[in-house]
Ligand binder design. Structure first.
Ligand code: ZN
Length: 136
């Protein structure tokens, strides 16, 4: 597996939580965008060797809305950067890892993403994050 690309953190409100990351921790905001396929608004924060991905739900029925309802705010997933996401998904499936989807979905920053089932990953939700043609 290549390096960790980012850590996804579920928040109720980016507007409310962002000043903690920028003003209190002194990190830099990189971008804010909406990812319709995941029903989230996403803020990327530069934490030096890694990015933090703040995830705010849009609407009440997306995966982040459900997560917040069940578990509250906090770490949601860890994302590995991968070169060829489809190849990597096939390899993992062959090794018995359960994936949450068969095809990569469009993620933030033009990336293609797929999630590994926490049951296959000792309780951690891992994301595979393949860089798409749109770049960062
Ligand atoms: Zn992510």
């Amino acid at each position: 597996m290549q390096k960790v690309d980012h850590i996804g953190i579920a928040v109720k409100s980016i507007e409310e939580s962002i000043s903690y990351y920028i003003d209190t921790l002194g990190l830099k905001l990189l971008a804010i965008e909406e990812v319709e396929s995941q029903k989230v608004r996403v803020a990327f924060v530069d934490a030096g060797n890694i990015k933090l991905e703040l995830l705010e739900p849009i609407g009440a029925d997306g995966p982040i809305a459900t997560f917040l309802e069940k578990r509250g705010e906090g770490v949601h997933h860890i994302a590995f950067g991968v070169e060829n996401i489809r190849t990597r998904m096939t390899e993992l499936k062959e090794k018995g890892v359960q994936l949450l989807q068969d095809e990569p979905k469009p993620g933030a920053g033009g990336a293609e993403v797929a999630f590994l089932h926490p049951k296959s990953s000792y309780g951690v939700l891992y994301e595979l994050c393949g860089k798409g043609s749109k770049g960062e």
